[in-house]
Design a protein around this ligand. Structure first.
Ligand code: SAH
Length: 346
């Protein structure tokens, strides 16, 4: 654009360090250049269409892209640290039985820019820097592999978001090929596998994707990840009372965890309207954790955050879509009534 080279550094600083959402805020650029940039480029393509904040400070944003598709992204504060929970797809093709995101299937992949942009929006929701990222929003990150890795590279680049790779967790339903590929990248992220059941039979009941990927294959891939990265793998386990929290389940889960030297992260099921599961009591969570620990496994109960912010995967989008549908139906009925009136119909 015929500008001196130092302008690129100035602009990069505004984008990545100051995280402004608008070229007009770049106060050390000449006004004319700011205008030219605004005419030619888009800094943020998503619009925040809903924002909910829970009593614990967790903020959930519903972001709408220019094509009308919506995703959720969450900022979870904890002392001086702030975790961004990002989405990688609109909807999800995995259709786990307890998850709101998969209910309407997969709409499309997000781009690198759309994943990174979520962190930009969330930066404005905390006085601290976003220090951690978890790929635990909507979608299956390893089913959108290139964009996920591209976004991670932007996140760990010291010139861009500058987040330590060790503070980034990729959570997957367990796609062995993707896990192997990730093991070969030069990025020491943490891998979390959404296990939810430690036998193939039980897993197939709650995770359709398990039909294609037997546990043994996932475990071999996880072992490979562990060997190449020397990073301990986390096994996520959503506790569904009466479904996957029996003694037999504890026995098989402990065995898998010990074999992989993995940490087990127990997650309390976050109720989704219309789904046939109940939320475990804290006593039920504790009891299941005790059974695992008794068998030698390393267990943590994940603290549930942002309940009032509809913080479980896909919940805000689901609720918002339902309210809008109701509003739309009412509107349609009203306009039909008005039309009928005009035409003299009863
Ligand atoms: N597709 C990836 C990442 C997105 S889901 C994966 O499967 O890991 C992030 C985590 O939230 C997963 O462990 C998922 O099982 C869990 N989750 C989804 N719906 C939930 C609910 N209603 N209550 C509790 N955890 C849920």
């Amino acid at each position: 654009m015929g500008q001196p080279k130092y302008r690129t550094d100035q602009i990069a600083r505004w984008i990545w360090q100051e995280r402004v959402g608008d070229f007009s805020a770049m106060s050390n650029l000449p006004a004319e250049l700011r205008q030219t940039l605004a005419d030619r480029f888009v800094l943020r393509s998503g619009k925040v269409v809903e924002r909910t904040k829970a009593a614990d400070g967790t903020v959930k944003l519903l972001i709408e892209w220019p094509d009308g598709e919506r995703i959720e992204t969450v900022m979870i504060p904890s002392g001086t640290r702030a975790t961004a929970c990002v989405s990688t797809q609109v909807g999800c093709g995995m259709k786990c039985a307890f998850c709101a995101s998969g209910m309407h299937g997969l709409k499309r992949n997000l781009t690198v820019a759309e994943i990174v942009e979520q962190v930009m929006h969330l930066s404005g929701e905390t006085p601290n820097r976003i220090s951690h990222v978890v790929f635990m929003g909507m979608g299956e990150p390893l089913a959108n592999y290139e964009a996920t890795v591209g976004a991670i590279r932007a996140m760990i680049d010291p010139q861009r978001l500058g987040i330590s790779a060790r503070h980034i967790t990729v959570s997957t339903v367990g796609l062995p090929k993707g896990i192997r590929k990730l093991a070969e990248e030069d990025i020491p992220v943490t891998l979390a596998i959404s296990l939810h059941a430690a036998t193939d039979a039980m897993r197939r009941e709650i995770i359709p994707a398990a039909l294609r990927y037997p546990l043994e294959e996932i475990m071999l891939a996880a072992q490979e990840f562990f060997d190449s990265r020397h990073r301990q793998v986390t096994l996520e386990y959503v506790v569904l009372p009466g479904v996957n929290d029996t003694n037999v389940c504890a026995e098989s889960l402990a065995r898998v965890a010990m074999r992989l030297a993995a940490n087990v992260n127990l997650i309390s099921f976050n109720p989704v309207p219309s789904l046939p599961f109940s939320r475990p009591t804290s006593a039920e969570m504790r009891a299941f954790a005790d059974r695992l620990e008794k068998r030698g496994a390393n267990v943590q109960i994940r603290r549930s955050r942002g309940l009032e912010a509809d913080a479980a995967c896909g919940q805000l989008r689901q609720r918002k879509a339902t309210t809008e549908e109701t509003a739309l139906t009412t509107e349609n009925t009203e306009s039909t009534e008005r039309k009928d009136e005009a035409e003299g119909k009863p």
